[in-house]
Structure formats: structure tokens, C-alpha cells
Design a protein around this ligand. Structure first.
Ligand SMILES: NC(=O)c1ccc[n+]([C@@H]2O[C@H](COP(=O)([O-])OP(=O)(O)OC[C@H]3O[C@@H](n4cnc5c(N)ncnc54)[C@H](O)[C@@H]3O)[C@@H](O)[C@H]2O)c1
Length: 453
């Protein structure tokens, strides 16, 4: 469905052109909205005007370039006070501050800027993930100071990085309005994007849905990680327990174990917990899940240490950390909230005199060096001469690498620690002196025998 030229809310301003704002701006412009994107960072504005996104998302550059060239998407550094738009969508960041609490300063600033341009009957949509109550207590409070009449809604972004452009056209859009008219108006807008709009009773319901979505994912991953933790001393494979257990059995739907990071899952459960403080509530399962997921790098490093001591590894081993982006599938170069950092910290505490290298198929060399790692151009270089190799994300390049061949060039003794169970222990034939240690599973020994870790 294309937006008719007479549609009242056709002119849109999107404030904050990060992952969320830019992908939304592209999709809205493509369906026929007249979009102005506002991004405070001058370097990003320059890039975007040249049709180049500041992050990796498959296909975005071509689409952005087409829209910018055609004048269907304009990029500005400042919201014009005489903006002709009638709709403002706020998509600025809400990271945790140094005190571990949700930062709302960027929401406040963006809302003040909107407030300065607001005209009677405009619609404001908050789309960033926020602490419960922020739409009403932060955004509405600031907008009310303008003295204008306006509609206000909260419509959370629920897409996944790497699939945002397709998911914006398919995922149900949750809409909560401060008033019924705001709810209906925001719903009409999103109906041009996606076939399903879910209108909920209050803005707080919509805010809560977003926090619950991400917290439940964190909890599910934590439970899988708890099973992995239990299976290691038992000498059984958590991967087999999980995959065999859910085969044809719809009442179990556990994900596979692995590191849990990224810009959303590492913070949204804490935002949920902070939101509930005011009601004297503590989300115990949610916080326990975070603890389990955050403890995993330390547990992996101590398993490696016990193994290295038993095998007589050199005092200063060569350690290769592979897969630094917060996830490998869909592939991304995003390092925000990546578990590669705590994994590296735990390895450094465990092997303080080791020599460290890094490899990532998506992350730029200078960013790899920013971790204090020697950057390797490919997997072969990372593995050659290494005593310890750690596969930290699930990028497809790891599943397709010829591990036995590459492992032959590792120092001996050596071990490959795999957080993602990429290889089947039963069929992996590694050279003598190189072992494979999967998270939640038994160590395959080069002799072919299995060893309970
Ligand atoms: N990244 C995701 O996949 C994802 C998914 C769902 C929800 N979210 C949530 O959406 C929000 C945005 O996430 P993101 O990943 O796009 O963040 P981001 O930090 O990548 O992007 C925010 C952008 O806003 C800009 N900005 C800040 N203040 C501004 C202002 N006053 N005017 C103009 N620009 C301004 C920043 O420079 C930045 O480029 C967060 O609340 C996040 O939790 C993110």
C-alpha cells in the first residue's frame, strides 16, 4: 500500500538516525512518506547524504542512495523550527549510564527539540526502548510545556539488526497512545508499513511489551546456558539434550546455548528491573538470567585454565579470539554490548602473560586493534601458532572453515573453545595435540577418545 499524496500525516521527521531511525526512514520513504531524518552527528550526516550508512545492514546503501538522490529522504543535522512535518518519530539511543541505569537524556533533548517545532495537532511517536512510564512522565511533560495540542504514542521497534528492512514490512507493530485519537492516528501510519498493527490500551502496555520481549529472550538463553553449565560435569552434550528434546515435541522450545550480548539484550532486562523499582518489585527470574549470561565468560575461562594446566600449556600461550561482533547471524559489525569484551577480560585474567590476537569477518582492523588485539586478516592467520582459539560468535565463516586442516597449523598442545557448538564432536577428526571444547559439551580429544571436562 502506498501513502496517498493527500494523506494528512505524510510528512515525517525522524529524530536520531542510528540502526533504528535510519532503517525506519528508508522504509517510510520507500512506501511514500515524505521523510526528513535528523542526525546530530555531522560525520554521520555527511555519510548518509552520500548514500552510505554508518553501519552494516544488507542492501541499505543502495536503497538509501536511491531515496536521497530522488529527494524522497532528506538528511539534516538540526530539526528546522519551521519544519513542515506533522509527525515526529523519536529514535535516539537509551543506553545504560555508568551507574547501570537507563539514560533518558537523549530522549529529553530530542523531545525538547520537537517541542520547539511543534504546531497544534501534530503527532509525536516515541520509538526508543524506554523505562516504563517515560512516554507520559518524560516526553509528555516536556511537550506539554509547548502549550500546543498534540497526539502522543509509543510504538516500539522490535526488529532484529541485520533483518530490519524486511522485518519493518512484516512484524506486527505494537501501538499505544496517550489518547485514543493518538492510538488510531499512529495505527493508521504504521498500516502503510506492515499488515498487522496491534493497538494496546495504554502507552505503558506498549512500553512493557518491548521490555518483556527482550527480557524473555534473555531468560530463554540463560536457561539454555544453565543446561550447558550442568551438562559439562555430567559429560553429556547440552546441544544434544536441547535438540533431541525438542525434536517433534512442541512444548519444549529452548534455544541453543551461547553468549548473550548486543545493544538490547544487555540492557533491556535492567531497564525492566529499574522500571519496577518504583513499585517495590524485583524481577527475580529476569535478573538471575542476566547474572547467568554475564557469568558465562568467566566460567569458560576457568574451564580453559583447568584444561591448560592439565595439558601443560606454555606459561605465555598464544590466544586467538575469533568473532568479535555481538552476533554472527545475521552478520553485523556492531560491537555494542558484545560478549567478546567480557570474554577477553576473563581470558586476560586467566592467562595474563598470553599474546592475544583477534579475527572478525565484519569488524574493521582498527576496531579489532581497539580491543588491544593483534588483528588477523583471516582465520588461518589467527589459528597458525595459537595454543588457544576461542570462537565467540556464530558467523557463518566458522561453520565453513576446514577446521582439521587449520588446526594442524596450531601450536601443540592447543585447544579450540567453541561457544557455539559449531562442530559435531563425534565426527571431528583433529590432529594430535589439538582438542575441541564446546560450551556445554565434552572435549573431543585428538586421539578420538572423549573426555569428561
Ligand atoms: N539496534 C536495534 O536493533 C534496536 C532494536 C529495537 C530497539 N532499539 C532501541 O531503539 C533506540 C535506538 O537504538 P539505535 O540502535 O538506533 O541507537 P543508536 O545509538 O545507533 O542511534 C541513535 C542515533 O541518534 C542520534 N541522536 C541522539 N540524540 C539526537 C538528537 N537530539 N537529534 C538527532 N539525533 C540524535 C545519535 O547520534 C545516534 O546516531 C534505543 O532505545 C534502542 O534500545 C534498538
Amino acid at each position: 500500500m502506498t501513502v496517498p499524496s493527500a494523506f494528512t500525516d505524510r510528512k515525517i521527521c525522524i529524530i536520531g538516525l542510528g540502526y533504528v531511525g535510519l532503517t525506519l526512514a528508508v522504509i517510510m520513504a520507500e512506501v511514500g512518506f515524505d521523510v526528513t531524518g535528523i542526525e546530530v552527528r555531522g560525520d554521520v550526516v555527511d555519510l548518509l547524504r552520500r548514500g552510505k550508512a554508518q553501519f552494516f545492514e544488507t542492501g541499505i546503501d543502495e536503497r538509501l542512495q536511491r531515496l536521497v538522490t530522488a529527494g524522497r529522504l532528506r538528511i539534516e543535522q538540526k530539526l528546522p523550527t519551521d519544519s513542515a512535518g506533522s509527525v515526529y518519530i523519536i529514535t535516539v539511543g537509551t543506553p545504560l549510564g555508568a551507574d547501570g541505569r537507563a539514560r533518558l537524556d537523549m530522549i529529553e533533548n530530542a523531545t525538547r527539540e520537537v517541542s520547539a517545532s511543534l504546531r497544534d495537532d501534530d503527532l509525536v511517536i516515541l520509538r526508543s526502548t524506554v523505562k516504563l512510564g517515560s512516554t507520559r512522565k518524560v516526553a509528555k511533560r516536556i511537550l506539554d510545556e509547548s502549550g500546543k495540542s498534540y497526539d502522543l504514542a509509543f510504538c516500539p521497534e522490535r526488529t532484529m539488526e541485520g533483518r530490519a528492512l524486511e522485518e519493518l514490512r512484516s512484524l506486527p507493530q505494537i501501538v499505544g497512545g496517550v489518547t485514543i485519537s493518538a492510538n488510531i492516528r499512529a495505527s493508521q501510519l504504521f498500516q502503510f508499513l506492515t499488515p498487522t498493527v496491534v493497538r494496546v490500551d495504554t502507552v505503558e502496555t506498549a512500553e512493557m511489551i518491548k521490555l518483556v520481549d527482550n527480557s524473555q529472550r534473555d531468560v530463554a538463553f540463560a536457561f539454555a546456558n544453565e543446561i550447558a553449565r550442568a551438562c559439562e560435569p555430567l559429560g553429556i552434550s547440552a546441544m544434544e539434550v536441547i535438540s533431541a528434546g525438542k525434536l517433534g515435541y512442541p512444548r519444549t522450545n529452548l534455544p541453543i546455548p551461547g553468549p548473550v550480548g548486543g545493544p538490547c539484550l544487555s540492557k533491556d532486562p535492567y531497564i525492566l528491573a529499574e522500571s519496577l523499582e518504583a513499585y517495590g518489585l524485583k524481577p527475580e527470574i529476569t535478573l538471575a538470567a542476566r547474572m547467568i549470561n554475564e557469568r558465562q565468560p568467566i566460567e569458560a575461562a576457568s574451564r580453559l585454565k583447568a584444561y591448560a594446566d592439565e595439558k601443560g600449556f606454555p606459561k605465555s600461550p598464544v590466544v586467538a579470539l575469533m568473532g568479535l561482533a555481538f552476533k554472527g547471524r545475521p552478520e553485523t559489525s556492531d560491537l555494542r554490548g558484545t560478549t567478546a569484551r567480557p570474554i577477553l577480560d576473563a581470558l586476560r585474567d586467566t592467562f595474563p602473560t598470553a599474546h592475544y590476537r583477534g579475527f572478525d569477518a565484519m569488524v574493521a582492523r582498527d576496531e579489532i586493534e581497539g580491543f588491544g588485539l593483534e588483528s588477523c586478516a583471516d582465520i588461518k592467520t589467527a589459528l597458525t601458532g595459537a595454543n588457544v582459539a576461542v570462537i565467540a560468535n556464530n558467523h557463518a565463516c566458522f561453520a565453513s572453515m576446514p577446521l582439521p586442516e587449520l588446526a594442524a597449523a596450531m601450536a601443540k598442545p592447543a585447544v579450540i573453545y567453541d561457544f557455539w557448538n559449531t562442530f559435531d564432536v563425534g565426527s571431528l577428526a583433529l590432529p594430535d595435540g589439538v582438542d575441541y571444547m564446546p560450551l556445554g559439551g565434552v572435549v573431543s580429544q585428538s586421539s578420538g577418545k572423549l573426555n569428561v571436562a
